[in-house]
Design a protein. Sequence first.
Length: 440
Amino acid sequence: MSDIAIRVENLGKQYRIGKRERYQTLRDTLTDTVTAPFRWLRNGRSANGNSAPDHIWALKDVSFEIPRGEVVGIIGRNGAGKSTLLKVLSRITEPTEGHAEIHGRVGSLLEVGTGFHPELTGRENIYLNGAILGMRKAEIARKFDEIVAFAEIEKFLDTPVKHYSSGMYMRLAFAVAAHLDPEILIVDEVLAVGDAQFQKKCLGKIGDVAKQGRTVILVSHNIGAIRQLCHRSLLLKSGSLSFYGATQACVQEYLGPPSGSGPLPVLRAGGGISRPVQIVTAYLTRGEAPVSTVLFGDELDLVLVVRARSRVRLSVELQLRQAEGVPIAFAASGLGGGIEFSLSEGDYFLKARLPQIKLSQSVYHIDIGLADTGRGFFDYVETALSFSVLPSPIGPRNWYFSDAAASFFWEVDFNWEPRPASDLPLFRCSEVFEDIAIDA
C-alpha cells in the first residue's frame, strides 16, 4: 500500500463567469465547434482560453502530496480556492487541467446537513443522510445510538427536523457525518456550527479520527483549530499554492508581516525635561519574530528598550487594557519585594515573558512605566504597544476580563537581566534607535 494518501499534480480549475449558458442541442454544439477558431481570432483570445476575460481560474498549477495518516490544514482568504480544491478531491467536480490521485475511501463533509428532509424525523434523517454519505444501513444501525448521543437530541429524535432549532439541526448533521469510517476525511468549515461546548466535541472527534491513523484534510478560518489539530498546512492565495509546510510557519505566512512589527517609537510626554531613564521602544515577540497579531494561547515576550542617563535602580510596571480603555490586568517587577533593575548610563533592553494570551478576539493595549520605587515614575507611556488577538479554537472566551472592570495582578515573568541594547537579537542597535528623537 502506498504511503501517499493524496497526490496532486499541476491541478487547475477554470470557471466561466458573467454569463449563464443555455442548454445546447446537437446542432448548436457542432456549430460552436466549427466557428470556435474564428471567434478566438476575432476576440484576441488564445487557443487554450487561458486569457479569456469571461473565465477565471479558481485553482491554477497546484501540486502537493499528503502522506497517509497525516492531518493537514488548508487556510487562505475567502475566494482563495479552498472549497474548490476540496470539491475536486471529493470527485464532486472535474479539474480543468492536471490530476489528483486519491488512495483510499474518501468521506467528505463539505455541506453540513445536505440531504436532510424537513418533513422527516431526526431518526429517519439519520438513515437518509447516512445513505447519502455512503454508509450502509447495517452500519448506520450499528452506530445509531452513538450518533444520537453525540448530537444530544434524544428527546427530539421522533420530531420532524423542521421543528429543530438551527443548532440542533447542525449538531445532528455533523454527528452523522462524523461517524463515517473513511480512510480519508475531508472537512470544510464545520467547526463553525453549534455552541462552544459542541465545537470542542467536534474538535475532539476529528482528533480521534486522526489518532486512528486516517488522513484528515481540514479547511477552516479558525486558526486556533488549525494549529491545534494539523501537523502541516497548505496556504492558498488567489487559486495558487503559496506555502506548504509546518502549520506554525504556514500560519505566520498567512498572517503576513504584522503591521507595526518593527521597533515602535513610544515618545513622548514631558517636553524638554531630561529624565534619568526613558522608554525608547517596546514590542512583542513570539519566538524570534516580532508580532502585533497573536493567537489564542500564545506565549509572548515583551522587549523593552530604555536609555539611562545616570545610574538608576528601577522597576517595570505594565497595565493591560481593552481597546475601550477598561483595565484588565496589572504587573510590576518590584511589587512585593520583587525584581528591581540596576542600570548604569547607556542603552539597555529588558525582556519579560507574558503568560498565555487567553483573551477574546479584540484589540488590546499595554501601558508601560519605569518606576522609581516609592517615589513615582521616571517615565510612563500610555499605549506603549498594541496587539490584536485571533479567536479561540473552541469559541470566544475572555480569560482575564472581569465585568467589575477592576484589574488584577498579571503574573508576568520579569526574571531577565538587562542587557546592552547593542546585544539585541532581533535588530541592530542602529535600527532600533534610527529616527527616534530622545529629549536632550
